[in-house]
Design a protein around this ligand. Structure first.
Ligand code: AMP
Ligand code: MG
Length: 322
């Protein structure tokens, strides 16, 4: 196994850029914790983030931007969002905002949602994103289930065999994840406490933050997860007429010719490719108007765990949603 190269911030820029341009993921220091960063417009790079972390779920990631102009190309800012961004960026505040269509962000970053979580990091991360010219998707640089890494050594010890570069910026100053605030219809909701105190945000906004998740729905159907209108039938060995088919691999389920619409997550049976296609294909099949999307069996190893988790959430009963 090759171990990640560790380069200090002062000498890492060109290497970091060339790895990101090539679709690799790298660890970078931010003011909160170390981030596992990949080009947010490149689906394969985003799939590699989940793969390297061994994350069993495709929860949406934060897209990191270099400046307000880039942020404005990604999301629709109302006056309140602009005020918070101007007050706290760069810094440990993440804003969840309505996403602009055609912003180039791969749907795996937002887990197929029509909102996007944005943050402008300070220091090396910000410079790197400005040079790249595109946002970086970056969750914390630690294996799933472990605590966030606040030093380059901790990142290398955990993920060193899975990535090529750790950029060393020393110990991260905040050491806590960012505070996440969702802004919708002029109202603010605290989704996650973090590096900026809620009262400081309330002081700038001149309004209270609502707390608690909005409208938690049926099992596995958190408000922050994309749910297709069609019902989903998993591990389908046979397709009924009128169903749409979400296929995987070379071998088709019986009756596939009768499917009203068909998308193959990966003809080659490649789970990384399947992950990058998952949200776009669920949405495409949903748009076909079929009442049911039948899904062929997908292996549970590697990224297959997160793919199956996402499909199971989409297939969970909806009758408890109000
Ligand atoms: P992490 O990248 O591990 O720091 O986690 C990012 C957090 O942001 C997770 O808790 C996500 O659920 C949350 N998040 C990201 N995008 C959205 C979104 N569009 N709506 C709601 N929450 C989001
Ligand atoms: Mg984390």
């Amino acid at each position: 196994m090759n171990l990640a190269e560790i380069l200090a911030v002062g000498e890492a820029m060109e290497r970091a850029l060339s790895l990101l341009e090539g679709g690799d993921v790298i660890a970078i220091p931010t003011e909160t914790v170390y981030g596992l960063a990949g080009d947010a417009t490149n689906g394969a790079a985003v799939a590699r983030i989940f793969e390297a972390k061994g994350r069993p779920r495709f929860n949406p990631l934060i897209a990191h931007v270099a400046d307000l102009a880039m942020a404005n190309r990604m999301a629709a800012f109302d006056p309140l969002s602009t005020k918070l961004a101007e007050a706290f960026w760069p810094g440990p505040l993440t804003l969840v905002l309505p996403q602009r269509t055609e912003n180039g962000i791969h749907p795996l970053v937002t887990a197929g949602l029509d909102t996007i979580a944005l943050r402008m990091p300070r220091g090396f991360g910000g410079e790197l994103i400005a040079r790249l010219g595109r946002p970086l998707a970056a969750p914390s640089a630690n294996s799933s289930g472990r605590i966030s890494a606040t030093t380059a050594e901790a990142v290398a010890a955990d993920l060193g065999e899975k990535i090529k570069l750790v950029v060393d910026g020393g110990a991260t100053p905040v050491g806590l994840e960012s505070t996440i605030v969702k802004i919708a219809d002029g109202k603010l909701r605290l989704l996650r406490p973090g590096g900026i105190a809620a009262r400081d945000i309330e002081a700038v906004a001149g309004a209270k933050l609502m707390r608690g998740a909005a409208g938690i729905q049926a099992p596995g159907m958190l408000a922050s997860h994309y749910a297709p209108d069609a019902s989903m039938r998993l591990n389908a060995g046979k397709i009924a007429s009128g169903e749409a088919l979400l296929a995987f691999g070379r071998k088709r389920a019986e009756g596939w010719q009768d499917a009203v619409a068909l998308r193959n997550l990966s003809e080659a049976g490649d789970l990384r490719e399947a992950a990058t296609n998952l949200f776009a294909y669920m949405q495409a099949l949903d748009r076909s108007g079929a009442a049911t999307i039948a899904v062929e069996p997908i292996p549970a190893d590697g990224l297959g765990e997160a793919i199956n988790d996402r499909l199971a959430r989409a297939a969970a009963p909806r009758d408890q949603i109000d």
